[in-house]
Design a protein around this ligand. Structure first.
Ligand code: SF4
Length: 282
């Protein structure tokens, strides 16, 4: 197939591909994707367990898929360690897409370094410039986007297919381990000595930016530790939902758990007290 395809053709291709992928083991799935998606193939990794399994399988299969990451600038040190270990183990460089400097500086100036805690809209704005916009650049000209999404990760992802049409981006989105359980995933990681993020051993089944991820408690869903202060079921960063960042948020949806934004008066009084703090002035 050659992209771009019209809407109906993209849907038909995704449906056909999903049904052909279903009975196959992972190496055969990746080979079929390589052979069927004619054009640039991009895998975006965030170095979680799913993505590490896919990186391993792609490297073993000598897939032509480019392996890239979105470096938000707010990742855990352990995630950067996993990134470096992965490059060393498989002998290749993972291309990083970083936020646009001006967008980051503007957000920090206007909202504060942790301004994403003020509201759902502010959080999605932060995910917008740190993740969604860089993702757009990473996928420019791509015919296929490989992800490590699994249906078992959360209720939001329960219907994740093996292949789907991404009409907004005009490509086929491929989720070759969508039907895997966490147990199967862990087995592949351990049997093949795949490097993985040590935070998984400390109660973090899902790992994103450091200030927006906590360990889960016993019995909680895998993604309960992501943006835990928001309402359950709404915790997606915008990479895997349609519509612009923040477009789903309506007035009054923000729960009381959000920290109020500092008022201009308070900010100015704080900055003046900082200026007159004798310890800082020394
Ligand atoms: S996860 Fe948190 S820090 Fe990372 S981009 Fe989203 S709001 Fe910003």
């Amino acid at each position: 197939m050659t992209l771009p395809l019209d809407r109906a053709a993209l849907d038909a291709l995704a449906e056909d591909l999903a049904s052909r992928l279903r009975p196959l083991a992972l190496p055969e799935r990746l080979a079929l994707i390589d052979a069927t998606v004619d054009g640039r193939l991009v895998f975006t990794t965030s170095f979680g367990l799913e993505d590490q399994a896919l990186t391993h399988a792609l490297r073993m299969a000598k897939s032509r898929a480019e392996i890239v990451t979105l470096d938000t600038g707010r990742l855990f040190p352990e995630t950067y360690d996993t990134w470096a270990e992965t490059e060393a183990a498989y002998g290749f460089r993972i291309r990083a897409y970083a936020p646009e400097r001006e967008a980051e500086e503007r957000f920090v100036e206007e909202s504060g370094i942790n301004g994403f805690r003020h509201s759902v809209a502010a959080r999605q704005a932060c995910c917008g410039f740190r993740k969604v916009e860089p993702l757009g650049r990473a996928l420019t000209g791509a015919a296929g986007w490989l992800t490590g999404l699994r249906a078992g990760q959360s209720a939001n992802r329960a219907e994740t297919p093996l292949a789907e049409a991404d009409h907004a981006r005009g490509l086929i989105k491929l989720n070759p381990i969508a039907d895997w359980t966490r147990e199967v995933l862990a087995e592949l990681i351990h049997e093949n000595y795949v490097p993985y993020n040590v935070l998984h051993d400390r109660g973090f089944p899902s790992i994103g930016c450091a200030p927006c991820t906590r360990a889960v408690k016993v019995g909680e869903p895998e993604r309960a530790g992501r943006w835990w202060w928001e309402q359950a079921g709404k915790q997606e960063c915008g990479l895997h939902v349609s519509g612009a960042p923040g477009s789903e948020i309506r007035q009054g949806q923000e729960p009381a758990a959000f920290e109020p934004a500092q008022s201009a008066t308070r900010q100015s009084s704080e900055s003046s007290s900082t200026k007159t703090n004798p310890e800082l002035a020394a």
